[in-house]
Write a protein that binds this ligand. Structure first.
Ligand code: NAD
Length: 507
């Protein structure tokens, strides 16, 4: 990152009226043009396809009409916004722009060619931004005479609704250029977060484990898509990973996964899944194909068969954030229990059956290590009041009566027992631990700061919390322990622990 130089016209006192140009009038370009015009800029929209820019402006008109109908926009304001939008026939018409945003097809060569052309055309005080979701800003700037004025301005779909903008710095990006784009994003009602140009930037990188861990669980026959979705919704996610992948489209998601994997030289962390490939190969692309993990829209899950009253002798064991969380919830549910803070394990026992919070180890392993056949592992109840179902796995020598005691306790807590195969880390724990790990590595490698990672994940993909908020809630010892369990179980570098987390532990 180079030192601050340059005065950009888009950052000047009358910046709100500075002309903006958007190249590429597709889904994203139209959204960006609308937001810029609503913020007061005269906007030229250009597209290679004949008539595409005019069609996009007509489409924006309809979107604005919708806002007028809902009472969110005055008719005069709607007319003024539309009057500020005009199609441009060629790049030569854009020479007066203070900012040009490139929103064309996601391919390196055409983007580079366009950016070089713009660089030659525009005066030195004009900024150039690219909305690329996966191409390196450093690579895009290669060949520009003035690469310092190129900044990634990564919007999310749908642009008028999604608040996040990743402000992406290529190796040559000037600090003042990135700051000007940050300030502009704020004026446009967005929340900007700075990111260094690395594969996936922030959101598309940190989100990988949300899909990857579920795909791994499916490959290991841990449970059904419906069970895993239910488990993750219980951690506060709006959609489970399988229903979300069905919505995004498996072709799109597979491409992003492959691109991040290849861009990281085949790092196992980002390895695509055979489960995903089979869906794509078989044309089960998700909702748009009418079939993916689910046929059509997933059915809503059956209500939990909640139980009230006595469930036998219950003891809350050990200490730590999860124990406190569970104890608080047992109180809310009016359950009588004893406490054993001195126990050398964390979880809850019912009629002598121990339910250990998973630490990335299987029930079978714990049962053997502790010589305790009647043992199960349970998932992390991060948001007790939102849980529809909690994942549980039993050791190999748990009998029917012991299983019934355990499942009855979960129903007494208002949670459907989601009985999974005895896999390490269950569903929520391994997903959250890996999201935290990925966020930690992003910060460790200088891609963003901690607050930026949290903001990006909450605003870019609607996560209930950011990785560092989860880390604060759970504490480094638990997270590192769970990751160590996973690493031991798989002996795969995929589960290697971020140095940042280890340092947090030692601190
Ligand atoms: P799109 O296919 O809907 O639109 C791209 C438009 O660019 C098309 O209208 C095409 O005719 C035009 N185009 C192609 N080459 C051109 C050129 N050389 N000059 C002028 N116009 C040209 O695509 P989109 O979904 O709007 O994506 C555009 C960019 O935004 C891509 O870089 C993509 O990665 C990025 N992006 C997309 C999303 C998303 O959810 N769709 C989200 C964030 C970022």
């Amino acid at each position: 990152m180079t030192a601050s130089t340059g005065t950009w016209r888009i950052a000047s006192a009358d910046a709100a009226q500075a002309p903006v140009a958007v190249i590429g009038a597709g889904v994203m370009g139209a959204g960006i043009a609308q937001v810029a015009a609503q913020a007061g800029h005269p906007v030229r929209l250009m597209d290679l396809r004949e008539g595409a820019a005019a069609a996009a402006i007509a489409q924006i008109g309809k979107a604005l009409d919708g806002l007028v109908t809902k009472g969110r926009l005055e008719r005069d304001a709607r007319d003024a916004v539309l009057a500020r939008l005009s199609p441009a026939a060629s790049t030569a018409d854009l020479a007066g722009a203070a900012l040009v945003i490139e929103v064309i097809v996601e391919k390196l060569e055409p983007k580079q060619a366009l950016l070089r052309e713009l660089d030659a055309l525009l005066p030195p005080d004009a900024l150039i931004a690219s909305n690329t979701s996966s191409i390196s800003i450093t690579a895009l700037a290669n060949g520009m005479a003035n690469p310092r004025r190129l900044v990634g301005m990564h919007f999310f779909n749908p642009v008028p609704l999604m608040k996040l903008v990743e402000v992406v710095w290529g190796a040559e990006t000037d600090a003042s250029a990135a700051q000007a784009i940050e300030a502009l994003s704020r004026r446009w009602g967005k929340t900007p977060v700075h990111a260094k140009s690395t594969p996936g930037f922030i959101v598309n990188r940190i989100a990988r484990p949300y899909y990857a861990e579920t795909l791994q669980l499916l490959q290991e026959q841990a449970g059904s898509p419906a069970q895993l979705d239910r488990a993750l919704r219980g951690a506060g996610f709006r959609m489970g990973p399988c229903e979300l992948m069905d919505l995004i489209g498996h072709d799109t998601n597979y491409l992003v996964t492959q691109s991040v994997f290849e861009a990281n030289f085949g790092d196992k962390r980002y390895q695509p899944s055979l489960v995903q490939k089979a869906l794509v190969d078989g044309g089960r692309l998700g909702r748009k194909a009418g079939k993916g993990f689910y046929e059509g829209t997933p059915e809503s899950a059956a209500p939990v068969a909640v139980i009230d009253g006595d469930v036998g002798a219950v003891t809350l064991s050990g200490r730590g954030p999860l124990v406190e969380l569970l104890g608080g919830w047992m109180g809310t549910r009016g359950l009588t229990f004893e406490r054993d803070e001195t126990a050398d394990w964390q979880g809850v026992a019912v009629e002598g059956v121990q339910l250990h919070f998973t630490r990335g180890r299987c029930a079978a392993q714990l049962a053997r290590e502790r010589s305790k056949p009647g043992l199960a592992v349970i998932d992390w109840p991060l948001a007790p009041d939102r849980i529809e179902g909690l994942a549980i796995a039993f050791g190999p020598r748990v009998d029917n009566l012991q299983q019934t005691h355990a499942e009855t306790l979960l129903r007494r807590l208002g949670w459907e027992p989601l009985v999974l195969r005895d896999v390490p880390g269950l569903a929520v724990a391994r997903t959250i631990a890996m999201l935290i790990n990925e966020g930690a590595d992003a910060v460790w490698q200088g891609v963003c700061d901690e607050a930026g990672a949290d903001t990006a994940m909450k605003l870019g993909v609607n996560y209930p919390a950011g990785p560092f908020e989860w880390l604060a809630q759970l504490g480094a010892p638990l997270v590192v322990d769970a990751l160590e369990g996973l690493f031991e179980a798989y002996r795969s570098e995929r589960y290697r622990i971020s140095p940042l987390l280890r340092q947090r532990l030692w601190a």
